[in-house]
Write a protein that binds this ligand. Structure first.
Ligand SMILES: Cc1cc2nc3c(=O)[nH]c(=O)nc-3n(C[C@H](O)[C@H](O)[C@H](O)COP(=O)(O)O)c2cc1C
Length: 200
């Protein structure tokens, strides 16, 4: 094989799907790990990478790219914004999903839902990438993971919002069956596209 063939993106496919994520306190990591398991259960090969380990990943080599981040002070992680921005053109050419993990997604009020939408719109605007599908997923309140200051700030915020303030517990709002369903659905869609004739 020639040198140029080796370096051409389309020559190698590393796996069927790539999942790249950022996670401040570990909850998004848990969600994408579960998502990857559900996809693998359907026979898909999944490359799961924390964004810091995804510098070499080439989105064009996969049949599906999932990007996941969480909301902190109304922003998704800078690292994930950067990773996407730098690959916006390739990402525009592949089937893609953006997962946004937040506490707002756990709250049905108009205020929380519109606030969350604004943060997702800002991500799309900032990165210049329009994901094929956007999935907001409810996250967790992880008091036991927070440092002292973060724990106090979160307790005050949660009190205002009517959420639990007993910091001796964590509170998990994620619909794990929903994550499993999403994983299976994405895997089946991907396999359907792989089986489809070129250009279909
Ligand atoms: C300091 C801090 C700020 C947060 N800011 C927001 C926010 O602006 N909007 C929101 O909906 N959730 C917010 N959250 C909730 C997180 O998005 C949620 O806890 C999520 O599960 C974190 O995922 P991670 O552990 O992968 O980072 C915040 C959490 C923390 C600790």
């Amino acid at each position: 094989m020639t040198e140029s063939a080796v370096s051409a993106d389309h020559v190698f496919q590393d796996a069927d799907a790539l999942i790249v994520y950022a996670s401040k306190h570990g909850h998004t990591a848990k969600i994408v790990t579960r998502l990857a398991e559900a996809m693998r259960g359907e026979g898909l090969e999944v490359d799961l990478r924390e964004v810091g380990q995804a510098g070499e990943a080439k989105p064009g080599r996969y049949d599906l790219v999932v990007v996941a981040g969480s909301l902190h002070q109304e922003h998704h992680q800078k690292d994930i914004v950067r990773w996407v921005s730098e690959r916006r053109e390739t990402l525009g050419d592949v089937a893609s999903v953006f997962i946004s993990v937040s506490l707002s997604a756990a709250d049905d009020s108009e205020e929380s839902q519109s606030g969350m939408r604004r943060c997702i719109d800002a991500f799309v605007e900032e990165t210049g990438w329009t994901p094929g599908r956007i999935e907001p997923i409810a996250g967790a309140l992880q008091y036991r993971e927070y440092d002292f200051v973060t724990r106090q700030v979160m307790r005050m915020l949660m009190k205002k919002m009517g959420h639990p303030t007993d910091a001796s517990h964590d509170y998990d709002y994620t619909d794990w069956d929903g994550v499993d369903r999403l994983g299976r659905e994405l895997a089946q869609e991907t396999k359907g596209r792989q089986g489809a004739p070129a250009g279909a």
